[in-house]
Design a protein around this ligand. Sequence first.
Ligand SMILES: *Cc1c(COP(=O)(O)O)cnc(C)c1O
Length: 345
Amino acid sequence: MAKAQPASEIDWTNLGFDYMDLPYRFLAHYQDGKWDDGELTEDGTLHISEGSTGLHYGQADFEGLKAYRTKDGSINLFRPDQNAKRMQRSCARLLMPAFPEDKFIAAVKQVVAANADYVPPYGTGGTLYLRPLMIGVGGNIGVHPAQEYIFTIFAMPVGAYYKGGLKPTNFTTSYYDRAAPHGTGQSKVGGNYGGSLLPGDEAHKAGYSDVIYLDPATHTKIEEAGSANFFGITQDNEFVTPKSDSILPSITKYSLLYLAENRLGLKPVEGDVFIDDLDRFKEAGAMGTAAVIAPIGGIEYKDQLHVFYSETEVGPITRKLYDELTGIQFGDVEAPEGWIQKVEV
Ligand SMILES: *Cc1c(COP(=O)(O)O)cnc(C)c1O
């Protein structure tokens, strides 16, 4: 794997969402019942046993968060404590050892500082995407939790999700489920995503940007997209997002529930969103760290495309939510207490 080009040679306006082998990543090992201190390493290849449970049995979980360059050149992290906590919950579900929250945040900061040249300049819309990952390793063959684990955090610069500004795209529903009713949908675990590749591919081939999964028990309610939660704005200004045990609790979602109420004066609602009752929404979107806020033009269901605001224009409330959230992340808008942590370079 070729190392990333020097940061000075990167065209920041032309970044996608692609792997890049940056100079440094954090790597820690769990052995004999405890985590070591971990350290930065230049080696982006993991050396693990063929018996690693992460490879066979999906004993693997991950996180995703971003570092943002502000106008004054400093670097912001957005709610990294929430990623640390969610990863601990994912670990608990897979019988993996928790990585302590304070050490998680310190390691994220270490990785960002060591690769600081690769945090895209303010104004390009780019960010440094961070990928914490934990896997069960060591010599195993039975379906049992591993005795040894690797925790790593690597990073890469990624571009603005929408190059020409916010633009709606169409989504489709699927026959397939993302998660089982009492399965692992709530956890950010590797196994959830292998199974999403086929429905995602079918959606892309049919011309849609992604799948909106329905609830696995009844297929009557919207759950979420492949890697983003759903929201709709009702005619009477409620910010509605599905409540379900089989969706991934998005940090962006909880942040927007708060901002919708406290900054935009919308009523935040977590509840059922029936797929045959979409007329109640005047705008809709998908939300997550990678997508930020992706306006949904329409959703295809049973060969009918239900269009919300417009297939070509972003709605005014979706835009306000986007501006408020990204303003906070890039340091232009005052953040609620505790949401922003600075990286000392
Ligand atoms: C990561 C993820 C999200 C978004 O969560 P954020 O914390 O907002 O990044 C939503 N749905 C799924 C399935 C995810 O994996």
